[in-house]
Write a protein that binds this ligand. Structure first.
Ligand SMILES: Cc1cc2nc3c(=O)[nH]c(=O)nc-3n(C[C@H](O)[C@H](O)[C@H](O)COP(=O)(O)O)c2cc1C
Length: 185
């Protein structure tokens, strides 16, 4: 037996993207975005409401960072998703988050989140989807393996569970992509 739930914006896993930007006065900001993903081969897309401080910052600066929230900082990640810099301009400071300027774009990196993508704005499409060019990926050495590759097992990234409005840690490796399926060829 299966149960029908009707129209739901469910997608699993859903990312918890922390979008970093600078405000008009240079104050760093960040927001939580679950509706986003890879677009084409070297771009990222975000579905952002146009009234967010973040959206205005992206349009003005033509730059943003996208970090992945981790289990150690879900409270901070959620906070930046429920409080707007339109009302609380120093929200990052209040969240206890620390920033440094990204090396390749005019946007802040949030030190507490170990992996981030530095993006330049490519365009906003007719539906208001923000499309950014991936300029660089930066990762803290704490999430690298002995060969210097990203080890997401060390990163403890979280996923947004839209069916229950909670956050889940992404789990263990269970297979090899572009490979396991060959067993059935
Ligand atoms: C789990 C979660 C996911 C969210 N996903 C999105 C999203 O994909 N797009 C969006 O426009 N807002 C999303 N939001 C809401 C924004 O993060 C929120 O309105 C935030 O306060 C905007 O901050 P700003 O005005 O400082 O940019 C999400 C919030 C949460 C808690």
């Amino acid at each position: 037996m299966r149960k029908n739930f009707g129209k739901k914006t469910w997608l699993f896993p859903c990312p918890v993207l922390i979008v970093g930007t600078y405000g008009i006065d240079g104050v760093p900001n960040a927001m939580n975005a679950a509706w986003g993903g890879i677009y084409d081969t070297n771009q990222i897309m975000l579905c952002l409401s146009d009234d967010h401080a973040t959206t205005k910052n992206i349009l003005r600066n033509k730059a943003f960072t996208v970090s992945f929230a981790d289990a150690a900082h879900v409270t901070e990640a959620d906070y930046v998703g429920i409080v707007s810099a339109n009302k609380v301009p120093d929200k990052l400071q209040r969240a206890g988050l620390h920033v440094s300027k990204a090396e390749h774009v005019n946007a802040p990196l949030i030190e507490e989140f170990p992996v981030a993508i530095e993006c330049s704005l490519d365009h906003v499409n007719e539906d208001g989807i923000v499309v950014g060019n991936i300029v660089n990926v930066t990762a803290d050495e704490s999430v690298l393996d002995e060969k210097g590759n990203l080890d997401i097992g060390k990163a403890n990234f979280v996923s947004y569970n839209s069916a229950a409005h909670d956050y889940r840690v992404l789990g263990n490796k269970v297979g090899n992509a572009f490979s396991d399926g060959k067993k059935l060829m």
